[in-house]
Write a protein that binds this ligand. Sequence first.
Ligand SMILES: *Cc1c(COP(=O)(O)O)cnc(C)c1O
Length: 796
Amino acid sequence: MKITEEKFIKDYQDRMMAMYSMAIPEASKAQQYRVLASVVRDYYAKDWQQTRTKYEKQDRKQIYYFSIEFLPGRFLTQNMLNLGITDVVLSGLQKLGLKYNEIAGREPDPGLGNGGLGRLGSAFLDSAASEGVALNGNSIRYQYGLFKQDFVNGYQVELPDDWLRNGNAWEVRKENRACVVHFGGNVWLKEDSLGHLRAVYEHTNDVIAVPYDIGIVGYKNNVVNTMRLWSAELPFNADQRYTLAEKQQVNDITEVLYPDDSNYEGRLLRLKQEYFFVSAGIQSIVRAYRKTHRNFNEFSQKVGIHINDTHPAMAVAELMRILMDEEFLGWDRAWNITTQVMSYTNHTLLAEALETWPEDMFAKTVPRIYQIIQEIDHRFRQKMVPIHGAELVSSVAPIQDGQVRMAYLAVIGSHSVNGVAKLHTELLQSSVLNGLYQIYPEKFNNKTNGVTMRRWLLVANPRLSHLLNEAIGTDWQRHPDALRAFKVLTQDKTILQKLGDVKHKNKRELATQIQEQLGIKVNTHALFDVQIKRLHAYKRQLLHALYIIDEYLQIKDGKKLTVPRVHIFAAKAAPSYYYAKEIIKLINALADLINHDPEVNNQLKIVFIPNYGVSIAEKIIPAADVSEQISLAGKEASGTSNMKLMANGAITLATLDGANIEIKDAVGSDNIVTFGMTVDEVENFNFYQSAQIYKTNARIHRILDTLVDGTIPDITTEGRDIFNSLVQYNDQYFVLADYDSYVQAQEKISQLYQDRYDWYQMSAQNIAASGRFASDYTIQRYAEDIWHVKIEDPAE
Ligand SMILES: *Cc1c(COP(=O)(O)O)cnc(C)c1O
């Protein structure tokens, strides 16, 4: 369908009348947004239906990406871009007297994810649609997202994120596709008249899962895939009455997103959430397959199910349950199909983040799933003990020591297991999943994460995108590897000048927002030093904060900083993660001290932007000069903000962790600044004594003393706790061990920044080398190596 400006204007006016019976100027900005979203949705409605019928007609293999989080960010601008209607809509709105930015700003960020894990899922959905891969998301429609973060006296305060309050313009409720999910009760097996063993469920608590579908629009290729989100409701059964408490129990299941980036959670409800979206998702997959197939002979050729992190690992047992209890396949056949269908991505090396469930809780909540996992465990041991010995096998069996271990279940039940960066996959094989690697080496493979350049360049950084289009054409938008062409232009003075202008304009725009929102005036000629990510001890925001104290002390000593800096943070801490919240308070207290000290003047500023999320990232990343990726080596599985920042021309300041290593390989060691211990050095550092460093290193001594001597205002408790963790409790994340090396790296950054020509040359090298980190390529590798589906040529 060709959308002209005239058509858009008429559609917009008509829709405003149909939805609100109002003339355009009478409507609020939020209403103007909803009308626009509704019109844009119409423009892909037909493609959505046709994508579905085309897949059905071709009997294309469907992949289902099960993830307890997605983090899509706003849809409006991305959808307009992918539909190729941005110019028409912008000029149409202008003729209608409307300002696009004001309207688009009314769209809430969907509250469906925490951080990197969810963002990766959304990048994959975007890339898959754009590459013509039939990938469908499956998750939960959380009523409340991760909390909205505010600071009061520098402390994190959590407010409800009521993101659905005004409805969600992009979703379609499909109650005709609802499923029933059984919790609790008793299950026993009974032989029926045909001799089948049938599972009989008694006294279960049934919950209805109602799907809400959101269209995922591919980039200018008429493909619209589906992200399906499940909402829990009471059974429709009219003759049954429910108490308010029972109603509440059901609502609770999809009420909140756990603010859990790796650990810290409310157990039982979380378990219910996991089974809820897994069971509903698999039921709907089997139902869709059954519409066009009479038996399960082709199931594994037509369906792939991807387990993103351990939360959906029950998918293994749920598919077994349906194949056996409802479709009457025998164990061996069902197991064969299941392991061919399932694939699993591990996302963490933190031992405390590998999910386990107490057996009794698990047995009570999902009794049939528990029985099936017991049987998986039993057969696994029976088969593997004679080959590998009892010790190794029980160390990785799904049930052991009263715990159900989800990562092991996922590996055993899948044909493919991947890590998310080269280093991470190596470490999975050598340590976290070593036992299973010994048993199933052929299952393991690496798929380094990626990011979508269409969101992080085209949507977030139109100025840089425009420059790239001018310099190298538009091919990079569909084939991000084409950014390489920018490399030969890194010698071109006019291009570098323009690149510098783009960065400076982006910095001015961010500075304006900071001034308006936080009342802090920042120097846009200062170096913007950016660390944006969830707050976690292993990510070491504290290391960065100690360096800021160091800079402050230098200024107080009467020295001038080599380059003035603006340190920009954005990060949420899990509400129960006390230590992370103390670090937030420290950084805010430092900001208070430093931003108001007249001696510091224009040399140093700290900005902690509250409520980090995709939309805020889209503002900060284009304005970043330096990208802080300073986790302790061996802790960050991959990282993806490192890739987004690189693509936007920031210079990475990094430890040799996660994908930073691959970034270094891509851009060359002259165009990145690395520091700190390697994984091997961390592992072999057996006699670390942080108190010794405090004693003997005068610089560190002086910095740490400011935490407890009143230099930094209002951190009596926090300063003491942080001091103790670093000195008394031996600094678990080796902050002090890496400190001197970090200072040297920061000094190198300052030196480099003084020569702007060289700096922008490095910046351009980073942009040019970033294409390989596009999720388009990651998804191609998943499609070919794991899911065994063909990439459709978009030209067809
Ligand atoms: C990319 C992204 C992340 C992941 O950041 P890391 O630095 O890789 O941990 C988290 N949150 C948001 C909103 C993001 O866009």
